[in-house]
Ligand binder design. Structure first.
Ligand SMILES: [Zn+2]
Length: 317
């Protein structure tokens, strides 16, 4: 009987589940609102109900290999607990693994969301030909995951691969984590908007960028990307800065880990064509290893499904 696994991806906004065959075929995907305002027990009930439904539908024809989840927070994996989760209110200290195991009546694999997305890209995405890769998700913040020798690298406490908090500019912008000059403060979607906001207060800002702030209700990285595509110099400059920051971080990672593949995902990857030039340039300028033996830097292939693939993959490993 062919095996399948159920992968769960819980973020601050969306809850996704996938039933995925051992060869990577996606049998079914569920995407619903996470409704995190109700607290962890409401979310966990929803997770358990959907796992059971997927198992009922697919467990007749396939053998369930296991169930895994990536959760948007820092976890104490050996205890199955959440330590801190800024996007999941009320989850601090919550014993999520045991609560889900109670709900579904079987064992369950828990991971951080960046780690499972990295594993997903390694299994079925842009990193499938590599045993050593770093994954970054460029969204509201920057999440990360590191795969070494084909496996998730957890570090000593499970907090490895917080790649968004690598310092790229020692005296740079303040980051949400309290540090100055983190990658996240330059290369996330939030950073693009923040950069535009501070730029329009100066003489250097283009007229188009200033007009965008007058005419639009809500400014997001997408508006600014559209301006960049139309040739607006200020917007292009913001994405170029993003690419440079990514290049600095990637060059550092090449020198530490000697990995061959980088995969970039998340919403802000939509602006890949505007930031990639400065990113590749910076990696080359800063890394003699890159110049001698160029490494692959790819766009995510699985997009927002990377998490469910990786979470399912935990059961096949
Ligand atoms: Zn930071």
């Amino acid at each position: 009987m062919t095996r399948f696994a159920i992968g769960v991806d819980l973020g601050g906004t969306n809850l996704k589940l996938g039933a995925i065959e051992e060869d990577g075929t996606l049998l079914e995907k569920i995407e619903i609102s996470a409704e995190t305002q109700g607290g962890p027990s409401v979310v966990v009930k929803k997770i358990c109900r959907n796992i059971s439904e997927l198992n009922e539908r697919w467990g007749q024809r396939y053998k369930l290999s296991g169930i895994g989840a990536g959760i948007a927070g820092i976890m104490k994996l050996d205890e199955g607990k959440v330590i801190t989760a800024p996007n999941l209110p009320g989850w601090e200290g919550y014993p999520v693994r045991s609560k889900i195991e109670e709900g579904i009546g079987t064992s369950f694999k828990l991971e951080n969301d960046g780690n499972v997305a990295a594993l997903g890209e390694k299994w079925m995405g842009a990193g499938r030909n590599s045993q050593h890769l770093a994954f970054m998700t460029l969204g509201t913040g920057i999440g990360g995951g590191l795969i070494l020798d084909g496996k998730i690298w957890h570090g000593i406490s499970g907090m490895a691969a917080e790649l968004g908090h690598i310092t790229v500019y020692p005296d740079g912008n303040l980051c949400n984590c309290g540090n100055y000059g983190c990658l996240e403060a330059y290369a996330s979607a939030t950073a693009i908007v923040r950069g535009a906001k501070s730029l329009i207060k100066t003489e250097q800002a283009s007229l188009n960028l200033k007009e965008l702030f007058v005419s639009s209700q809500e400014i997001d990285a997408k508006n600014i990307y559209r301006l960049a595509k139309s040739g607006d110099s200020s917007s292009i400059e913001l994405f170029s800065r993003m690419g440079t920051a990514l290049g600095i971080a990637i060059a550092g990672l090449i020198h530490i880990f000697d990995i061959d593949t980088f995969v970039l995902g998340g919403g802000a990857i939509a602006s890949w064509d505007v930031f990639k030039k400065s990113m590749f340039l910076e990696v080359g300028n800063r890394s003699f290893v890159q110049r001698a033996d160029p490494r692959n830097i790819y766009k995510s292939e699985l997009g927002s499904d990377a998490g469910i693939y990786g979470a399912a993959c935990l059961s096949f490993q």
